[in-house]
Design a protein. Structure first.
Length: 135
């Protein structure tokens, strides 16, 4: 239903649809990115296999992030504190805040992510390559 670079057409994606990036035990599925949103935001799902690490601690200089836990329990590092976030938990992580996420449980876990403003997806090919080479 969506045509690339056309912000006027609604996007309708069913479960699992989107641009999929495999990052070791973590999978990202981008639902909308700068091409569909005029770079205002990017929206993606991040799925973690049981007992798996996420991207590692990092911060974004100019981008806020919002996470909403879709399934399971995702452990988030926010600043210097780890928070175990169950399904339905909402987190806003301001720019320049160190953060990370991982799955410490024996079940699959996932979170919806809003990256504001958009453009994070430009990093995905190099992130996938890093996981292929290092994990």
């Amino acid at each position: 239903m969506k045509h690339k670079n056309d912000q006027t057409v609604p996007i309708v994606l069913t479960n699992g649809q989107g641009r999929v990036y495999n990052c070791g035990t973590m999978t990202a599925i981008f639902k909308a990115d700068e091409n569909e949103t005029s770079a205002k935001y990017s929206i993606s799902e991040w799925w973690l296999a049981p007992n798996s690490d996420g991207p590692g601690p990092h911060a974004h200089e100019e981008n806020d992030e919002v996470f909403y836990v879709l399934e399971g329990t995702v452990s988030f590092l926010v600043g210097d504190q780890w928070i175990d976030a169950d399904k339905g938990t909402f987190l806003r992580i301001p720019a320049k805040t160190t953060h990370d996420f991982k799955n410490k449980t024996g079940n699959k876990a996932g979170a919806l992510n809003f990256f504001i403003p958009g453009g994070f997806e430009r990093n995905m090919p190099s992130i996938v390559k890093w996981f292929e080479d290092n994990k």
